[in-house]
Design a protein around this ligand. Structure first.
Ligand code: GTP
Ligand code: MG
Length: 365
């Protein structure tokens, strides 16, 4: 099969020649595929391109495309598209050009593809993989915690490394995700790409890699912008999911509950009555909205609606017990002044309880 190795570069003059030479010697040991190389350079001020053009005299299998600097995501999108349309790639390989990714592991990526994987991820967070020992503690934490947030935030915990750029995949998984990926111009592209591929049914296999610090040049990542983009991505994706909708519905219920309570108090009723009526209004609204929106794909039919609504009241009561039980236990052990943190903790546990009961009992598959 035609495999194209894509190297995005921005100011990688000291590295690009070394990695291209190494890759050439590694691919000779990989049977069954024809390899070509594509450098996607964003008109680097250090003239990375001239090193590549020099090497093109020695190797005819190196291509280079240049463009203006619009971020790593845009560069990868251009490179992946070019590899398929112009270089007729069946397999797409991505590797950083700064020698942080060891070319000698590449055969394992292709072995995985040859034995049924669709999308192979170089992983620093599985046994046999690692991040650099010489990284300071804060950088290690940043890397490990960042990955864990993405992993659990998106709800695909079986894949461990979401932010790396050493990957190999079948071209069909780029074809199907391409249009959705246009909006991710920066480093978040890597996360979005893997996420879309999983959603399109790609069989993911992780290969352990040791990540080494670049020796020459410097990082192009802008941490604060990256963190913001990652959080926005996770929140947006989650809002599309049933858990996100569930949270929106819960918020509507909470507002309704409060409104009804205040109106009843204004009308001269005792707050106990106001909050009981408010809670029931929220329960009705939650049931209706979850049935028609959050879990619309498992909507409860007319014949079951009454019994399910009674059951729904029961599970809501369960959440109420959890919340008040935690506040009672917490204030009993820590003193009344600590009530707020237990209230929040109780709300979170109550939410988890509700979501679990809704998805596993009320609207079970
Ligand atoms: N074409 C292009 N390449 C980029 C751009 N940003 C980063 N790259 C390349 O993408 C690869 C990864 O970028 P790095 O800056 O090394 O990011 P990193 O590996 O997360 O950071 P370090 O840990 O410092 O190495 C390198 O080969 C870069 O040259 C860009 O805007 N355009
Ligand atoms: Mg790097």
């Amino acid at each position: 099969m035609n495999a194209v190795i894509i190297l995005p570069t921005y100011n990688e003059r000291p590295n690009i020649g070394v990695i291209l030479e190494k890759l050439h010697s590694v691919v000779k040991q990989i049977p069954g595929h024809r390899f070509t190389f594509l450098v996607v350079d964003d008109t680097s001020p250090d003239d990375t391109a001239s090193v590549v053009r020099g090497l093109q005299k020695k190797y005819t299998d190196i291509s280079i495309i240049t463009g203006k600097k619009e971020g790593l995501g845009k560069a990868l999108l251009r490179g992946l598209t070019y590899a398929i349309e112009r270089l007729k790639a069946d397999i797409l390989i991505q590797i950083d050009a700064d020698l942080s990714h060891d070319p000698s592991v590449l055969p394992r990526f292709l072995e995985a593809l040859d034995t049924g994987a669709d999308f192979v991820v170089g992983s620093r967070y599985i046994p046999g993989g690692s991040i650099p020992d010489n990284w300071g503690l804060h950088r290690k934490i940043y890397s490990v915690v960042g990955n864990a947030i993405v992993r659990f935030g998106l709800g695909f915990s079986s894949v461990h490394d979401w932010t790396g750029g050493y990957r190999a995949l079948r071209k069909t998984f780029f074809d199907s995700a391409k249009d959705e990926l246009r909006e991710y111009s920066g480093y978040v592209f890597q996360i979005a790409f893997l996420h879309k591929a999983i959603k399109h049914g790609a069989k993911i296999v992780e290969v352990p890699i040791h990540f080494t610090d670049r020796r020459f040049g410097h990082s192009k990542i802008a941490p604060s912008e990256y963190i913001r983009n990652v959080i926005v991505y996770i929140v947006k994706e989650r809002l599309k999911s049933s858990f996100g909708k569930f949270l929106v519905v819960g918020t509507v219920g909470f507002i309704l509950n409060t409104l009804v309570l205040e109106i009843f108090v204004l009308l001269g009723f005792h707050p106990t009555i106001g909050s009981a009526v408010g809670a029931e209004c929220a329960i009705i609204s939650n049931f209706f909205l979850n049935n028609h929106w959050t879990f619309q794909h498992r909507r409860i039919g007319k014949n079951q609606v009454v019994s399910k609504f009674i059951q729904f009241n029961g599970t809501s009561l369960g959440a109420l017990f959890i919340q008040s039980g935690i506040v009672a236990a917490g204030t009993f052990t820590m003193g009344v002044a600590a009530y707020r943190q237990f209230y929040i903790f109780g709300i979170v546990l109550g939410l988890l309880w509700n979501y679990f009961m809704y998805s596993r009992v009320i609207w079970k598959e």
